[in-house]
Design a protein around this ligand. Structure first.
Ligand SMILES: C[S@@+](CC[C@H](N)C(=O)[O-])C[C@H]1O[C@@H](n2cnc3c(N)ncnc32)[C@H](O)[C@@H]1O
Length: 361
């Protein structure tokens, strides 16, 4: 075999791998949809903790048609989501599958991410954005959009933010216990600020978000929780009061979504006390694209950016368009200092998707 043949073989091999990769993406799309179908029908819940189960048994348990259940089980086993027992033709949701898909109390439960794909109107809006340059606000994804990821946010708030992160911030827990003023800018579904309001009843909490659906949701949950130390305002960060009254300001996963993050950060500087703390959560990323390529989920992050984050950040003429990967540690520090903050500390809480910053005047 000559050098020429080996070269040709290598190219052929690479081409085959390229095509296989495309088919894997197509297959992942199908499996994702069928995980969503299983979620809607409660199939993972029915399988959790019961060990190996046949299609007949699962159809009896779920009240669903056996033939359809069998085809679904085979798809999930082919996708290695379920174990298959060839001896008796049963299927099993493994222990890790129970944690991720079968038990909504588990901290790593992720079934709600399988939401059945993107509605046609959202794809049409995306196509339009490519032509006009203008993106879509979070509000445009309706009341459903304002609740996306809610269960995950509440778990993170209760299991991580309140007990693990707040105590690490210099002097903050003490102030919260004694009674202080807190603002959450871009509060979304309100999981963080409402968890804090519940844990620290002596303090006062102001939640801000421009999305009317998010605001309605936060008000509804605050009422259900019986909280009387929370005010919820429909307002973008640019318009919060420049009162210098806040001891703690939170911006979680939202600076990169803003059309004018520089204006919002300046407003945060004006509304925070001189000994206050600005606590930021933003996506774990590095300044250079090539340095992010090692992230195995990078393509998905760019998908989130095109569908939500960059779209929101480009939703006005002249929008900064930072997007999902845009508020990395270098940008965060530079923008904070430009707004007059002098102390910038990065916390790595071993959250694989996010970094945290404690920023002070
Ligand atoms: C990804 S969500 C994060 C919500 C919440 N902080 C959380 O951690 O779940 C981004 C939020 O930023 C809000 N947002 C977008 N532009 C904003 C702005 N200029 N000022 C304040 N909030 C903004 C959106 O309405 C949305 O609720």
């Amino acid at each position: 075999m000559g050098i020429h043949d080996t070269g040709e073989q290598a190219v052929k091999q690479q081409n085959n791998e390229y095509a296989a990769r495309l088919w894997q993406y197509k297959q992942a799309e199908t499996i994702s949809l069928m995980i969503h179908v299983g979620r809607q029908l409660g199939l993972f819940e029915h399988m959790a903790g019961v060990g190996p189960i046949s299609a007949k048994e699962l159809s009896e348990k779920s009240g669903l048609h056996e033939r359809w259940v069998l085809e679904w089980l085979r798809l999930q086993a082919a996708g290695k989501i379920l174990n298959y027992m060839p001896d008796d033709g049963r299927f099993e949701l493994p222990e890790v599958g129970i944690e991720l898909l079968g038990d909504d109390r588990s901290p790593s439960f992720m079934l709600e991410n399988f939401d059945g794909g993107t509605p046609r109107e959202a794809v049409d809006a995306l196509l339009k954005s490519f032509r006009t340059g203008l993106g879509n606000t979070y509000e445009s994804s309706g009341p459903e959009g304002a609740r996306r990821g809610e269960t995950r946010h509440w778990k993170a708030a209760k299991n991580q933010v309140v007990p693990r992160m707040i105590p690490v911030l210099d002097g903050v827990e003490e102030k919260l216990k004694n009674g202080c003023m807190v603002a959450d800018v871009g509060c979304g579904d309100g999981a963080i600020i409402l968890s804090l309001a519940e844990s620290f009843p002596a303090s006062t909490f102001h939640a801000f978000d421009p999305n009317k659906h998010a605001v309605a949701r936060v008000k509804e949950v605050a009422r259900d929780m019986g909280l009387d130390n929370v005010e919820v305002h429909r307002s973008s960060g640019e318009n919060i009061p420049a009162s210098g009254q806040y001891d703690l300001i939170i911006t979680f996963d939202c600076i990169h979504d803003m059309t004018h993050p520089d204006l919002v950060i300046s407003k945060i500087r004006e509304s925070i006390k001189e000994d206050g703390t600005w606590f930021i959560k933003d996506i774990r990323s590095k300044p250079r694209f090539e340095d992010n390529l090692r992230n195995p989920m990078l393509a998905m992050m760019y998908g989130f950016s095109l569908m939500s984050c960059m779209s929101s950040a480009m939703s006005e003429e002249g929008g900064a368009g930072l997007g999902t990967l845009g508020f990395n540690p270098a940008v965060a520090e530079e923008m904070s200092r430009a707004a007059g903050f002098t102390r910038f500390l990065m916390h790595d809480f071993k959250d694989p998707g996010n970094l945290y910053y404690e920023v002070r005047p």
